[in-house]
Each structure stands twice: as structure tokens, then as C-alpha cells.
Design a protein around this ligand. Structure first.
Ligand SMILES: Cc1cc2nc3c(=O)[nH]c(=O)nc-3n(C[C@H](O)[C@H](O)[C@H](O)COP(=O)(O)OP(=O)(O)OC[C@H]3O[C@@H](n4cnc5c(N)ncnc54)[C@H](O)[C@@H]3O)c2cc1C
Ligand code: FES
Ligand code: FES
Length: 1253
């Protein structure tokens, strides 16, 4: 054994040798910090987002093949990489050499916005293409299943990748000869618009071709090493941890004997997250490397034996092959496993995770264990003492000591028997979404009839997600043996199983009634599946399924996303070189795709830099009794721990009317509130020390979490806001009908892919401070930092190159974090970096405000709403933040597209003990307008009309007046509505949906169309002012800067388009470096959909000033170049720099009177969505894609589908559905015999696991 092993692997074709490797190091920080390959991004650290995707390649000397697979660098211990080749986004192409076709296409197809997810996307597709140069659409969507994007929406990303597919068409479905591209969507005729639009964004023939011979080759040295060198156990060690990589089975057993408690790390996708998120520590790790016996694939007479070391992706491929080759009756188990292997996590995790690791981890929501548990599988174990077999059964899964592995044993392989004739196996699963989400409930079911008599001889049913381990319904199954497979059996089975697999009302994870319903809904599906097969096998003896039942068995339709986009053509009079109005690629698009775009945490370490991490409150409302820092301060690398005491009189800042505290003083008001800040030499040290800070709390009353509780305690931020128009009380007296209702809307995480990040650098002279930060509002960061450091603003400069997504979440909270970070930097005179981990970010920063909307509507029988009285309550959380402003915007926009002649709307921001909620895409508008749309839907139901009919009846009519008496011309709104009706073939679609619903009992479709009026403006002129600075250099090149922040919306690209038009020069002649308080002072926040509007006018102003100065020179030499003109101007002492300025739109709003002109103009839109739901599980699938608010057309389409289901079941009463419409809510609203069968707990008889907010 080589005790001082050297770690050797390759990164992007270059050899990496590490002599003193720390086994705790993961590949992601190693790439980013050590190798300075910052293209690979940190998004979650737990394998869930795909931002860190790299390609891992290994050579197998036995098969002589190289295997390339995608992997999440955040979960790969570098010690596991010996002999592997790692390819990162930098390794496949760059702007300095040649960009890769994947990088080119994702950029050119507008597949990037903020670009933070893009390198991960690129690497997932790149790896796919290495294995399948002409992938199918299925392979493509499968490859992207583990990658999240929060800005772009997946359509343009998929469009880009589809160009590599052999058939790059749309739905790829030519069944019945119909493809969506040929015939309009779903075969419905398309709306004709004439020549104003063009359907294409890019010309495929201009793309770089994919040429596999150009790819990096697998390093020959690694091949030779694998072939020639005798393998030796490798040992890596640090002070805290030892890592052993045995290469033979014998050695592995020796290690396991010596260190029985050490985990056997395979994919590290189970152990890794435990270490990272649950603080588990293993002093010794055993990580087998290339042990052949762990990769066996053996076809024996009784079944298939699969090595425990095979990855889940390999298992999937092996099973896919086996089911092709063997008769179907033998492969029932394999089909069931394949079904779940298709949706288990994403491709990266499936390629890392091993079969053995999956089984041994025994996660309660494991997708494979419930299937394996019903299939009589055996585990082949080995230790120094010898071989042993144990059944993979319920006892094993619940870790009963006498049914489990002994600590020194390892799992070598698993035997999965073939199925027999008259034996059927199925698998079921329901998750929040179909891909990359853990199951809420999953199940494996097997029945064996022995022969064709339909009498149950064996029955096994197991469930995941319903307890601390996979649970088998053993007793129920036993009692059903000998029964016929018929409805009576089903009925008894449901009752028995509900009794046996019982869930307490307080069960962890909540969703108790949904889970109970799924338990029997799955059983019903299994019953139908088997009945259908029996009928096929023996049509004489088995009855046909009733037609209406068949729909329970089919998958949801429209598997692939179809998309057609149309781009408006520019007018014929526009100069061909004028880029305005053209769909120009994001100017950072290619850099996003090559990983060259630099985000805050990609900046190199500054000399002597420190890392800051926060300790946050674990109580929602409590007194801080004591804080003990002593142990944390004694930890290695710790420099300081700061509390409110240190910040003393600079521990708060007032942005609106109420000062926000930075660090808690004597009390905490929410979980996640910042209590102290730990400063250490490295991130790891700071995090370790933070865990040792001991805080003693004493809980306080009242604890207010929900809006209802805040109303009860009269806890809200002042003032209340109100809008009133017409005479509501009088109008209620004359209407035909009145309804009252309410709707709840849950909150939302920002989940910007780049977490809050900043680097504060003291300049060492004149107290100057540079703040590099991911924010939407540099001026605010400058102000808060200057105030905290008691410096004038001119000493603090804030710089933002780009932001990896913000959505409203990078303003006030960022300011608080920046203030503390700057305080630390100033105190120690050293640069300080603070980058939140995903979990911290989600805990600390709040998100979208949950809302409660109450309404009373008075309307006529023809659908006209004459009186509307509304109340908006938002859950603002523990501090004011921007909550009042959100309420105000919600009130101003609640009318959406409708004229309510008599309206009263009041709004309150409720103070609760939740982390403070803040600005979020739409800023109160989506919540407020959803309340209105929900009310309209209910009015329609009362009038017996379609919601669309009631929408158009109440819509603004051309020249009209808003509730705050601003004039509006809604001509374009009506036109949008009509166009949307026509383009979506609404009427034909409606008929088709109704027909579908009449024919299908267990699947329902729904259709909804929603209009949008979005008022543009910030409510005050000062908030709308903008400035820009344009320099012309003597070589004729131009540098522009402005106050807007590039956060994915492409504002810098648009500003360069403006310069290009104004100065009549190509865009390539103009550059933009980023935003800084040094170049454009006092810039307003980037938000509210006006950044390009306002800054564009400022840029235009600067260009016009310059042009005016240069006009005489240009007209003297009209054929000259910009270089000539600049030189002449310089020679004539003409200033080649200009500041541009825009004062802001005239706007005002008087809240006392409820009147004003808060907005400059209105934009309009409309969206139509069609969805299909599975009434038994709540699964759903939508067609079409729309913006944030218009996304609620999906909500109302689901509402429509659920209504159809309820009507068919004889439930005709009103239906209120709360948002978000999760599978749980959909399933529970589609009431049926199964929802009636489940036990219900009396409210108050148990403590629920969670409180709906
Ligand atoms: C982002 C993410 C999403 C996921 N989504 C899903 C999902 O949708 N559905 C689902 O079912 N699962 C999901 N998982 C869980 C995943 O399936 C498991 O983490 C994985 O299968 C574990 O395999 P591994 O090789 O990585 O285990 P490791 O983490 O390497 O090891 C896990 C455990 O198994 C033991 N072990 C491993 N091999 C052996 C052996 N040969 N002998 C003895 N002991 C052994 C180790 O000692 C350790 O205790 C997800 C995980 C992540 C990180
Ligand atoms: S998957 Fe690795 S950072 Fe998210
Ligand atoms: S572009 Fe995908 S997260 Fe921003």
C-alpha cells in the first residue's frame, strides 16, 4: 500500500498532480479556487441544479472503452478522480481559440439570459453529444433533466440543442401523419398574420458544424496507466480524514474489517449531501476503485445479477437492453425499474449514483427500493468471513439489525429475478414535477396468479414516502391471497391497505391526505393495468375495462414541448444597419456559454482576503439570553466574530419609513435573522466556526406566522392603503347577484442561480472602499455601506459587472449583508468576501409575499361586474422592507384589464415572524391580478358563462379611466385578446377539450385565456431619472456606461443598440464594461421593467449631445471614419465625452385622494393555456409558455379541468382553488370514491407538520 499517494487526474487535457490532497475537498471548489476555472458554477452544492456540471471520462482497460458521463462537480470528492479526465466548459471552447458548436448555438438561439446556468447546460449537452452525436429529442430532454434555469425558460435552450438532433422538428410525432409544425398546434389550423413577422431567429446552415474529430482526446497517459500499471491501493489523508481507495475486492474487505463504520463511497450522492447539509462527519472513507466484481452483469437461470458498483445510468442501459432481448413475461420487474430510472434525479446524479449506494442508503423516498422489495430480490454480501445472501425485504429496508448488513460487510451485487407467466409488476410515483424531484409517494406492486384463473397467489405492495422507511403492506397482501382480481377485491384491498399503511395527521412532510389518497389511487391504477393485460391474454374470461376507466392508464399526452415563435419584422423604412428592433443575441451570450463571463465570486482572491459567514436565528420570536462565542473564536483560522454590539450605533439603516436592523440585538423576530458574523481566513474555517457559536434563546409570545394570525393580532405595517372609485355601496343595491370569496397565494423563492455574493476591498488609502457585489441597486449599496462606515459616499464605490439573476431579491437584503461585510473589511483593513450558500440564501432573504385576497362582487346575470369590494393582505414578514410599496403597486394594478365602475380595494402588509419578504418579479401585480381573475372565474360560474366571456364583457373599452383616474386607451388590449383567441384557435380548442373530457373519466383537459394590462412606471418622477456616460476614443471606438444593471434582461445589449443607432456606427464599435457608482452616480434601482426605457433615453441623450458637437466635422468630411472625426475633434479641442440624462416620466400618485398619474403607459398581452390533469394523482402538463403573470392562464386552465372533473362527479357547487396549484391540491379537488375512502383527521386532534403560509 502506498501511504503517501499522489492524486493524478486530468483537467481539460492537462495533467493535475496533487501531493497533499485533502479528502474533504470537492471538485467544484478545487476547479474554481485552485485551478481558477470559474466557468463551472456553484448553484446549490447538493447535486440539484446542474450549474456545476462537468464531463468525467474514464478508460476501462477490460472493455477497452472510454465512458464519458455528466457529473455534478459539487458532489465529487477529488480523491475519487484518480485516473479520470475532467472536462469543464473552458475545455471545450473559448473565444480565444474556437468556440464549440454547443456554445455557439445556445448563445445564438437566445438560450442564455443571466447566463449563470449556461455552462452547466452546455456541459450536459456536450457530454450527450460525445456519446450520441445525433441525439433524439428524448435523449436531449433527458440530458437536460438535471439542469435548472431561472431566467430563460427552457424553450430557447431546447431549441438550440434540437439543432443537433437528426430530426430537429418539433413534436417529432408523425402519428396519424400530423406534426404540430405542419398543421398548427394539435392539428388545429393556424392563425395567419401576413408578412409582419418572421418565424426564424437563426439560420441553421450558418452554424459551426459538430465535428467529433475536433474534441479533446482522452489523455493517452491515463490509458497507459490503466492498462499497464499494477493497481495499488491509494491513501490520502489530512488531519481530520483518511481516504482509502482499494483496488481489489480483498483489500476492500480488509478495510471494511478494519474500519467497519467507514462509509463505502461510490457516487457520494447520498453521503455527500449528508456531510454538507446535515453536518455528518466521517473520519475514514473507503472508496473502491475499478473493482471488477462490483460491476458484474450476470444473466443466470433465475434472473439478472447486477454489480453494486454499477451506476444507475448503467443499470438503466443494461435493463433497456435486457427488455429488448427477453420475452416480456420475464421482464416485468425490469420494465418497472426502467420506468423510475427515467425520472430518478437528473442525468448527472444517475451517472454518479451506484445501485449499491442507492439500495444501502435506504432513503424513505427511494424510487427503486419499493420495486426491488416486491420482486424477491436478494443481496449478495461479502466480508472477510465469507459470503452471505439476504433478502431485500421490508426488514432490510427498515434496518432491522438481523436483516441488515453487518458493519464489516459490503454489498457485491443484487439478484433481480425474472418474472413468470401470469406475474405482473408495476411502478408508480408522484412528485411535485415530473423530472428531477423526489417522489411524494412512490410504489412497487407485484401480483402473481399462478395460472390464468385470475386468483391471486402472490401479492406484494410497497410504498415509499409514507414513513421513515419503505413500507410493505404485507398483512393486507396476505389477506388478499386466494381472491379473484375484481372490483370487490379492489375495494377490500383499498380498505386493508389504508389501515395497514397508516399515516398520522402529524406525519413528517405533511400532505397527509394527499399521500393517503395516492396510496389507493396507485392501487387502482395497478388494478386497471393488470385487468387490461388479463383481458388481452384471455379475452373470453376477463371483461373489458369500461371505456371511461381506460384514461387512468394512459400517460399524459403531449410529451414534448412544441414551440413556434414569431419575431416582428422591422419596418421597411428602417436603415438596414440600424440594429434597433432586431433580435440581437445577448452580447455576453457566447461568454456565458464558454464560462468566460465573470460573476462576483469568479473574481480572483485578493491578497489576505477573509471570508464572512453569518450565524442566524433558529427561533421565530425569542429573546436572546446569551451568545457564547468562545469556542468558535478558538477555532483555527477565525479572525473575528461580530455581533450587534460591535456595530453599535451603525447597526441599522432606514430605506423607507422604518429602520432595518443588520444584526439582532436582544430579540429575534424570525428564523434566519442575522445574529452574528464570523470572519475567518477561509470559507471552510468560517463555516466550521459558525457552527460552534452557542446562542441561548427564550421563546416569546405571540408567534405570528400566517396572515390570519396577524389579522387576529392586529399586526400590520402602517399605513393601510385604499383605492376607491364610483360608489360601491350603492352599486351593490342594484346588482342581480352578489358573491363573496377569497383566495390564498403562497410565496415563492427567488432562487436566482447566483446566490448573494460580494467582495469588499479596502483600498488602503483615504478610507476608500470598493464593493463588488451582485445587486440591482449599486447606489443603495453605496449609501448603506457609507452610512455604516460613517464615510461620505464619495469614498465608497460599488461595481457590478453582471448579476446571475435577481428578480427583485438583490436589493434590500443585499444591502444589509453588504453593510456587515464592509464593516468587517473596514475593521480589519482586509478584503472580505461573503457568498451565501443556497440554503442560507433561501433562509435569510425572504421572497415573494404570500397573499390573501378577499372579495365581494356584485354583478348582473349577463356577467357585468358593477361593484367590487376587495381586501388584499400580504405576509410581509418580520420587517418592513419594500412591503408597503408592493401593496401599493398591487392596488394600482389590481384592475388588470377590467373596468370596474364601482370599486373599493384596501391593502395591508401584515407583520409576522417570517423572514421579511421583498420585491419579486411583478412586484405585487401577479398576486393582485390573480385575486381579480379568480373573482371573475367565480362570477362566470355563477352566471353559467365561460370565464373568457365574462372577461371580455368587463374589459376596458378603448378610451377609459382607471380606478385612480388615469386615462387609458385600451385599443391594443382588445386587439391582443382577439389575436390570442385566433392564434390559439380558442373556439376549436374549447370544443376539442370538451370532447376529450366527455370521453375520459380519469384525465381531464382545461383551457383558459387571460388578458394583461401592465402599467409601466415607478410612481414618481425622481425614481425614473437615469444617466449615462458616453466616451469616444481617438481610434473611433466608443465606451458607454449607464445606471442600469445587467441581470439577464440584456440591458447592456440594448444600450449598445441605442448607441449604434444614434451614432450610426456598428455595434461592434461600442463597448460596455459594467455599472459603477464611479461612472454614473445616483442611479436608480434596476427593476420595474423600465431599465432599458429610462437608461436608453439617457444614452440617447448623451449620443445626441456628442453628435451635435461633431456634426460640423462630420459634414465637412462625410466619407471619413469615426477615427478621422474623433482625431479632428480632438485637434479642435472638442469634448469627446458626454453625459446623458433623462429626468424621468412625469408621474405622481396622491394616496390621500386615491388619484394620480402614476404610470407613463400601459402594455398589453393575452395568453391562452391548455392543460391536462391526471385526476388520480394530480399530475399535470401544460401547453404553451407565458410571462410571469400570464402564467396564471395555466392556473385557470387547471381550474377549468378540475371543474370538468367535479361536474362529471356531480359536484356542482363553487370551486375555489388556492395558488400554487400543486398536484396535491389538484388531486384533492378531484373528489372521487378514493378521496372519500381515506381517513380524515379532525382539525385540532393533531399537530400538523407544517403551517401553510
Ligand atoms: C440531487 C439528488 C436528487 C436525487 N433524486 C432522487 C430521486 O428522484 N429518486 C431517488 O430514488 N433517489 C434520488 N436521489 C438519491 C440517490 O438515488 C442516492 O443518493 C444514490 O442512489 C446513492 O448512491 P451513491 O452511489 O451515490 O451512494 P453513496 O453516497 O456513495 O453511498 C451511500 C451509502 O451506501 C453505502 N454503500 C455504497 N455502496 C456500498 C456497497 N457496495 N456495500 C456496502 N455499502 C455501500 C455507503 O457506505 C453509504 O452509506 C437523489 C440524490 C440527489 C443528490
Ligand atoms: S448541482 Fe452542483 S451546484 Fe447545484
Ligand atoms: S440564464 Fe439560466 S439561470 Fe439565468
Amino acid at each position: 500500500m502506498d501511504r503517501a499517494s499522489e492524486l493524478l487526474f486530468y483537467v481539460n487535457g492537462r495533467k493535475v498532480i496533487e501531493k497533499n490532497v485533502d479528502p474533504e475537498t470537492m471538485l467544484l471548489p478545487y476547479l474554481r479556487k485552485k485551478l481558477r476555472l470559474t466557468g463551472t458554477k456553484y448553484g446549490c452544492g447538493g447535486g440539484g441544479c446542474g450549474a456545476c456540471t462537468v464531463m468525467i471520462s474514464r478508460y476501462n482497460p477490460i472493455t477497452k472503452r472510454i465512458r464519458h458521463h455528466p457529473a455534478n462537480a459539487c458532489l465529487i470528492p477529488i480523491c475519487s478522480l484518480y485516473g479520470a479526465a475532467v472536462t469543464t466548459v473552458e475545455g471545450i471552447g473559448s473565444t480565444h481559440t474556437r468556440i464549440h458548436p454547443v456554445q455557439e448555438r445556445i448563445a445564438k438561439c437566445h438560450g442564455t439570459q443571466c447566463g449563470f446556468c449556461t455552462p452547466g447546460m452546455v456541459m450536459s449537452i456536450y457530454t450527450l453529444l460525445r456519446n450520441h452525436p445525433e441525439p433524439t429529442l428524448d435523449q436531449l430532454t433527458d440530458a437536460l433533466g438535471g439542469n435548472l434555469c431561472r431566467c430563460t425558460g427552457y424553450r430557447p435552450i431546447i431549441d438550440a440543442c434540437k439543432t443537433f438532433c437528426k430530426t430537429s422538428g418539433c413534436c417529432q410525432s408523425k402519428e396519424n401523419g400530423v406534426c404540430c409544425l405542419d398543421q398548427g398546434i394539435n392539428g388545429l389550423p393556424e392563425f395567419e398574420e401576413g408578412s409582419k413577422t418572421s418565424p426564424k431567429l437563426f439560420a441553421e446552415e450558418e452554424f459551426l458544424p459538430l465535428d467529433p474529430t475536433q474534441e479533446l482526446i482522452f489523455p493517452p497517459e491515463l490509458m497507459i496507466m490503466a492498462e499497464k500499471q499494477s493497481q495499488r491501493t491509494r491513501v490520502f489523508g489530512s488531519e481530520r480524514m483518511m481516504w482509502f481507495s482499494p483496488v481489489t475486492l480483498k483489500e476492500l474487505l480488509e478495510f471494511k474489517f478494519k474500519y467497519p463504520q467507514a462509509p463505502v463511497i461510490m457516487g457520494n450522492t447520498s453521503v455527500g449531501p449528508e456531510v454538507k447539509f446535515k453536518g455528518v462527519f466521517h473520519p475514514v472513507i473507503i472508496s473502491p476503485d475499478r473493482i471488477e466484481e462490483l460491476s458484474v452483469v450476470n444473466h443466470a437461470y433465475n434472473g439478472l445479477t447486477l454489480g453494486a458498483g454499477l451506476s444507475l445510468a448503467q443499470v438503466k442501459d443494461i435493463l433497456a437492453d435486457v427488455v429488448q432481448k427477453l420475452p416480456e413475461e420475464k421482464t416485468q420487474m425490469y420494465h418497472a425499474l426502467l420506468k423510475h430510472l427515467g425520472t430518478l434525479a437528473g442525468s448527472q446524479i444517475r451517472n454518479m449514483a451506484s445501485l449499491g449506494g442507492h439500495i444501502i442508503s435506504r432513503h424513505p423516498d427511494s424510487d427503486l427500493n419499493p420495486i426491488l422489495a416486491v420482486g424477491n430480490c436478494t443481496l449478495n454480501l461479502l466480508s472477510k468471513e465469507g459470503k452471505r445472501q439476504i433478502p431485500l425485504n421490508e426488514q432490510f429496508l427498515s434496518k432491522c439489525p438481523n436483516a441488515d448488513l453487518k458493519p464489516q460487510e459490503i454489498l457485491v451485487s443484487v439478484n433481480i429475478p425474472y418474472s413468470r407467466k401470469w406475474e405482473f409488476v408495476s411502478a408508480f410515483r408522484q412528485a411535485q414535477r415530473q423530472e428531477n424531484a423526489l417522489a411524494i409517494v412512490n410504489s412497487g406492486m407485484r401480483v402473481f396468479f399462478g395460472e390464468g384463473d385470475g386468483i391471486i397467489r402472490e401479492l406484494c405492495i410497497s410504498y415509499g414516502g409514507v414513513g421513515p422507511a419503505t413500507i410493505c403492506a404485507k398483512n393486507s397482501c396476505q389477506k388478499l391471497i386466494g381472491r379473484h382480481w375484481n372490483e370487490q377485491m379492489l375495494d377490500i384491498a383499498c380498505r386493508l391497505i389504508l389501515n395497514e399503511v397508516s399515516l398520522l395527521g402529524s406525519a413528517p412532510g405533511g400532505k397527509v391526505e394527499f399521500k393517503r389518497t395516492l396510496i389507493i389511487s396507485f392501487l387502482f391504477k395497478f388494478y386497471l393495468e393488470v385487468s387490461q393485460i388479463l383481458k388481452k391474454m384471455d379475452p373470453v374470461h376477463y371483461p373489458s375495462l369500461a371505456d371511461k376507466y381506460e384514461s387512468a392508464l394512459e400517460d399524459l399526452h403531449s410529451k414534448h414541448h412544441c414551440s413556434t415563435l414569431k419575431y416582428q419584422n422591422i419596418g421597411p423604412k428602417q436603415h438596414p444597419e440600424d440594429p434597433i428592433g432586431h433580435p440581437i443575441m445577448h452580447l455576453s451570450g457566447v461568454k456565458h456559454a464558454t464560462g468566460e463571463a465573470i460573476y462576483c465570486d469568479d473574481m480572483p482572491l485578493v491578497d489576505q482576503e477573509l471570508f464572512l459567514t453569518f450565524v442566524t436565528s433558529s427561533r421565530a420570536h425569542a429573546k436572546i439570553v446569551s451568545i457564547d462565542l468562545s469556542e468558535a473564536l478558538s477555532m483555527p483560522g477565525v479572525v473575528d466574530i461580530m455581533t450587534a454590539e460591535h456595530l453599535s450605533d451603525v447597526n441599522s439603516f432606514c430605506f423607507f419609513t422604518e429602520a432595518e436592523k443588520f444584526l439582532a440585538t436582544d430579540k429575534v423576530f424570525c428564523v434566519g435573522q442575522l445574529v452574528c458574523a464570523v470572519l475567518a481566513d477561509s470559507e471552510v474555517q468560517a463555516k466550521r466556526a459558525a457552527k460552534r457559536v452557542k446562542i441561548v434563546y427564550q421563546d416569546l409570545e405571540p408567534l405570528i406566522l400566517t396572515i390570519e394570525e396577524s389579522i387576529q393580532h392586529n399586526s400590520s405595517f402602517k399605513p393601510e392603503r385604499k383605492l376607491e372609485y364610483g360608489n360601491v355601496d350603492e352599486a351593490f343595491k342594484v346588482v342581480d347577484q352578489i358573491l363573496e370569496g377569497e383566495i390564498h397565494m403562497g410565496g415563492q423563492e427567488h432562487f436566482y442561480m447566483e446566490t448573494q455574493s460580494m467582495l469588499v476591498v479596502p483600498k488602503g488609502e483615504d478610507q476608500e472602499m470598493d464593493v463588488y457585489v451582485s445587486t440591482q441597486f449599486p447606489k443603495y449599496i453605496q449609501d448603506i455601506v457609507a452610512s455604516t462606515l460613517k464615510l461620505p459616499a464619495n469614498k465608497v464605490m460599488c461595481h457590478v459587472r453582471r448579476v446571475g439573476g435577481a428578480f427583485g431579491g438583490k436589493v434590500l437584503k443585499t444591502g444589509i449583508i453588504a453593510a456587515v461585510t464592509a464593516f468587517a473589511a473596514n475593521k480589519h483593513g482586509r478584503a472580505v468576501r461573503c457568498v451565501l450558500e443556497r440554503g442560507e440564501d433561501m433562509l435569510i432573504t425572504g421572497g415573494r409575499h404570500p397573499y390573501l385576497g378577499k372579495y365581494k362582487a356584485g354583478f348582473m346575470n349577463d356577467g357585468r361586474i358593477l361593484a367590487l369590494d376587495m381586501e388584499h393582505y400580504s405576509n410581509a414578514g418580520a420587517s418592513l422592507d419594500e412591503s408597503l410599496f408592493v401593496i401599493e403597486m398591487g392596488l394600482l394594478k389590481m384592475d388588470n384589464a377590467y373596468k370596474f365602475p364601482n370599486l373599493r380595494c384596501r391593502g395591508w402588509a401584515c407583520r409576522t415572524n417570517l423572514p421579511s419578504n421583498t420585491a419579486f418579479r411583478g412586484f405585487g401585480f401577479p398576486q393582485a391580478a390573480l385575486i381579480t381573475e379568480s373573482c371573475i372565474t367565480e362570477v362566470a360560474a355563477k352566471c353559467g358563462l365561460s370565464p373568457e366571456k365574462v372577461r371580455i364583457i368587463n374589459m376596458y373599452k378603448e378610451i377609459d379611466q382607471t380606478p385612480y383616474k388615469q386615462e387609458i386607451n385600451a385599443k391594443n388590449l382588445i386587439q391582443c385578446w382577439r389575436e390570442c383567441m385566433a392564434m390559439s384557435s380558442y373556439s376549436l380548442r374549447k370544443v376539442a377539450v370538451e370532447k376529450f373530457n366527455a370521453e375520459n373519466y380519469w384525465k381531464k383537459k382545461g383551457l383558459a385565456m387571460v388578458p394583461l394590462k401592465f402599467p409601466v412606471g415607478l410612481g414618481s418622477r425622481a425614481a425614473g431619472q437615469a444617466a449615462a456616460l458616453v466616451h469616444i476614443y481617438l481610434d473611433g471606438s466608443v465606451l458607454v456606461t449607464h445606471g442600469g444593471i445587467e441581470m439577464g434582461q440584456g440591458v447592456h445589449t440594448k444600450m449598445i443598440q441605442v448607441v449604434s443607432r444614434e451614432l450610426r456606427m456598428p455595434m461592434s464599435n461600442v463597448h460596455l464594461r459594467g455599472t459603477s457608482t464611479e461612472t454614473v452616480p445616483n442611479a436608480n434601482i434596476s427593476g420595474g421593467s423600465v431599465v432599458a426605457d429610462l437608461n436608453g433615453l439617457a444614452v440617447k441623450d448623451a449620443c445626441q449631445t456628442l453628435l451635435k458637437r461633431l456634426e460640423p466635422i462630420i459634414s465637412k468630411n462625410p466619407k471619413g471614419t469615426w477615427k478621422d472625426w474623433a482625431q479632428t475633434a480632438f485637434d479642435e479641442s472638442i469634448n469627446l465625452s458626454a453625459v446623458g440624462y433623462f429626468r424621468g416620466y412625469e408621474s405622481d400618485m396622491n394616496w390621500e385622494k386615491g388619484e394620480g398619474q402614476p404610470f407613463e403607459y400601459f402594455v398589453y398581452g393575452a395568453a391562452c393555456s391548455e392543460v391536462e390533469i391526471d385526476c388520480l394523482t394530480g399530475d399535470h402538463k401544460g401547453l404553451g409558455e407565458s410571462g410571469v403573470f400570464l402564467g396564471c392562464s395555466v392556473f385557470f386552465a387547471i381550474h377549468d379541468a378540475v371543474s370538468a372533473a367535479r361536474q362529471e362527479r356531480g359536484l356542482h357547487g363553487p370551486l375555489t382553488l388556492n395558488s400554487p396549484l400543486t398536484p396535491e391540491k389538484i388531486r384533492m379537488a378531484c373528489e372521487d370514491k378514493f378521496t372519500k375512502m381515506i381517513p380524515r383527521d379532525e382539525p385540532g386532534s393533531y399537530v400538523p407538520w407544517n403551517v401553510p403560509i
